[in-house]
Design a protein around this ligand. Structure first.
Ligand code: NDP
Length: 398
């Protein structure tokens, strides 16, 4: 079989010769008891760069020993890209949300042999799920592999935005010492109202991690958490996103991107937020309206916006979120720490081992299976596609 693997570029200085840490901490289980990936074997050292082209997710030996062909590229945007050309006779395509190979309907229809799209990570919105269902292409992701990585990033972003870390760090780096400049937008998080839109694996973990900061916690989700969890965290449930945003100082967004959540934070919803609130969005860029966010930061309706997700990716060089005031954006990194890479590379291998051995893939990894939403996909997504406009990614210039 032919496996096409689309990964981000290697470091500009080449692959590292050594790493900051020699080993990774051992994680026994995910917080809800789910087991970490269980491949029969791995051919990489956890803690090394695996998500870039030379890292190859540690898959080459395994695939070639079994007689398969592996094509790895970072060239993914536009009809002339290597990935678009290699896709036409590929059986399996692997892509990561950080550097997504947008599998639009047109691309899925260009690949008659395509059987499965694997997301090495979480979030399969870069695949036109409706087209995948229509063409019987299974879509799977490595559920939970980087949920905790992201919730750590959320805590970092909440603290850094509310305390205005970025301004202070810039002053220190530039040789300055104006304390008033450094603190004129700096607050404590203590006592604030913090709310998550969606309390799934990431949202709930972010709530748990924020609890020791003595804040008031809120959530909105389609399904209510258990009474035990609500009590443990002293949580306030909201039955609409409008109700949540009206009272929260910080709103963190943790839903998948699908037709129900696309453009959810538009001008109208942002105008219903508490004045001067902060948004932390590590879910997907397209859940927030690009221009509405920038305008709200200009007017003061929002005090800050941070996260790591953009639309499309890579973000065009002139994407307004690169230059708007009071933002704390990073490129899409929160779910691809070296720790997370080891888990999703192992999970990708587990999925491939199951597929080749004709064994069922874990239910929790399934998004689309047998022409319909399945597993985690049936719980967390809705039918349709959120890939429109992805062709703009080719405007990015290195
Ligand atoms: P989960 O499936 O555990 O949680 C998703 C939650 O979103 C579920 O509780 C689901 O509710 C809820 N939800 C779905 N649609 C809606 C809606 N319309 N309104 C309110 N709630 C909704 O996934 P994770 O928490 O692990 O990940 C969430 C998302 O975070 C991913 O889909 C991905 O887009 C993003 N992510 C980003 C990463 C990064 O590197 N920045 C890495 C990993 C993930 P219910 O099931 O109750 O219906």
């Amino acid at each position: 079989m032919k496996i096409l693997c689309v990964l981000y570029d290697d470091p500009t200085t080449g692959m590292p010769e050594s790493y900051a840490l020699e080993t990774l901490p051992v994680i026994e289980k995910y917080p809800d008891g789910m087991t970490l990936p269980t491949p029969e074997k791995i051919d990489f050292k956890p803690g090394e760069l695996l998500g870039c082209v030379s890292g190859e997710l540690g898959l080459r030996k395994f695939l070639e020993d079994a007689g398969h062909t592996l094509v790895v590229t970072s060239d993914k945007d536009g009809d002339d890209s290597v990935a678009a050309k290699e896709l036409v006779d590929a059986d399996i395509v692997i892509s990561q949300p950080f550097w997504p190979f947008y599998l639009t309907r047109q691309r899925i229809e260009s690949a008659p042999k395509l059987k499965m799209a694997i997301t090495a990570g979480i979030g399969s919105d870069h695949v036109d799920l409706q087209a995948a269902m229509d063409h019987n292409v299974d879509v799977v992701e490595v559920t939970y592999c980087n949920s905790i990585s992201v919730s750590e990033h959320i805590v970092m972003m909440i603290l850094s935005m509310v305390r205005d870390y970025h301004t202070q760090h810039a002053i220190a780096k530039s040789g300055g010492w104006n304390i008033a400049d450094a603190v004129k937008r700096s607050y404590d998080v203590e006592g604030m109202h913090i709310g998550t839109v969606a309390a799934g694996r990431i949202g709930l973990s972010a709530l748990r991690k924020m609890k020791p900061f003595d804040v008031h916690l809120h959530y909105f989700d389609r399904h209510r958490l258990s009474a035990d969890i609500e009590e443990e965290l002293n949580l306030t449930f909201h039955d609409s996103v409008e109700s949540l945003v009206a009272v929260c100082d910080v709103v963190t967004i943790n839903t998948p991107l699908h037709p129900e959540t696309e453009n959810l934070f538009d001008e109208v919803l942002i105008s219903k937020m508490k004045k001067g609130a902060y948004i932390i969005n590590t879910a997907r860029g397209k859940i927030c309206n690009r221009e509405a966010v920038a305008a709200a930061l200009e007017s003061g309706q929002l005090s800050g916006y941070a996260g790591d997700v953009w639309f499309p990716q890579p973000a065009p060089n002139d994407h307004i979120w690169r230059t708007m005031p009071h933002h704390g954006m990073t490129p899409h990194t929160s779910g691809t720490t070296l720790s997370a890479q080891a888990r999703y590379a192992a999970g990708t291998r587990e999925i491939l081992e199951c597929f080749f051995a004709d064994k069922p893939i874990r239910d929790e990894y399934l998004i689309v299976h047998g022409g319909d939403l399945a597993g985690t996909g049936a719980h967390s997504y809705s039918k349709g596609s959120a890939t429109s406009g992805s062709e703009e990614a080719q405007n990015y210039k290195k």
